[in-house]
Design a protein around this ligand. Structure first.
Ligand SMILES: NC(=O)N[C@H]1NC(=O)NC1=O
Length: 294
């Protein structure tokens, strides 16, 4: 795959090159990219996606229907005939749809046919991070919906597909960063001097341990964000490991010889590398919780 285009390079392109670069993020529908040319240049993938999404959402019903039907079936005829776009081939391949057994293939054909017979359009699911099992259970669940709900769901899935395609084509803006905060809910105070390890579990960049930190008096990471900018803060799955056991031992509040909580792992996903993700931990010796903060 060619290396991602920077937003600065995208801004310098003429219309034809702009369409050649991002025209394929809405499957077989370059009109979406064409309709945002007036709003160029874009300073982030987020703003480009927002503009493209807006063009689709404000398009008439027939145009949305044509957009849905511009997608190939999952594990359908086009896939079998080797006629998928490069983008769709990659996505369907990542979900394992290019290595189905004969009986799995028949199952997919049955679900595609049932879905089309009920709703009159192609079943759409963003499958880049899916498996054949999650796709089949999604088919089952969505077959119970109304046509209107499914129409909306397909458009929502198309926006997700476009977002993930933009992330493969363009280099994100350098604005994203990851922060943390640990609060001791038993003591009613920030958890200071707690050791935290950060690992990248999957995604772009080095996999494995990528940082070791200690919280300051305010329970935040000494030295600022754990990851910062588009070289470090990439789409993927990450894991904090909080050394809660040692912290509460230091506080003198661990009553047991073998503490109930020792290391607390927290696995979280980064979908928008241009955003600020604040991933905190609220903990006591016997429980913990988190949320996506700001
Ligand atoms: N039918 C359908 O959902 N197709 C699409 N989904 C996806 O992730 N890529 C596609 O081509």
């Amino acid at each position: 795959m060619s290396s991602p285009v920077t937003l600065a390079d995208l801004a310098k392109m003429d219309n034809a090159d702009f369409i050649a670069t991002v025209g394929g993020v809405y499957e077989n529908s370059p009109w979406v990219a064409e309709s945002v040319l007036n709003s160029a240049p874009f300073d982030s993938i987020t703003s480009l996606h927002k503009a493209m999404k807006g063009a689709v959402d404000s398009a008439p019903e027939e145009k949305k229907l044509a957009l849905i039907n511009a997608h190939p079936d999952l594990a359908g005829k086009a896939a079998l005939a080797g006629e998928l776009t490069a983008e769709s081939k990659e996505e369907q391949g990542k979900a394992g749809l290019d290595t189905l057994t004969q009986s799995e293939l028949e199952h997919f054909t049955k679900m595609n046919d049932e879905y089309k017979a009920k709703f009159g359009f192609v079943f759409i699911l963003a499958v880049r991070n899916a498996t054949k099992h999650t796709i089949l259970s999604s088919f089952e669940a969505r077959l119970k919906n109304t046509r209107m709900k499914e129409f909306e769901e397909c458009v929502t899935q198309i926006h997700k597909i476009a977002w993930m395609r933009l992330l493969t084509v363009l280099e994100p803006a350098d604005t994203g960063f990851l922060t943390c905060h640990v609060l001791d809910t038993a003591g009613g105070k920030p958890a200071d001097k707690m050791k935290i390890v950060l690992k990248r579990v999957s995604g772009g960049g080095k996999i494995g341990v990528i940082g070791e930190f200690v919280t300051n008096d305010d329970g935040r990471l000494t030295g600022g964000p754990a990851l910062k900018g588009n070289k470090e803060f990439t789409v993927g799955v990450y894991e904090w490991t909080f050394n809660v056991g040692d912290y509460f031992a230091k506080e003198g509040s661990s009553l047991a010889g073998t503490p109930f909580l020792s290391n607390v792992p927290l696995v979280f996903g980064i979908d928008n590398p241009e955003d600020h993700y604040h991933v905190p931990l609220l903990c006591s010796p016997y429980g913990y919780s988190t949320y996506r903060g700001s």
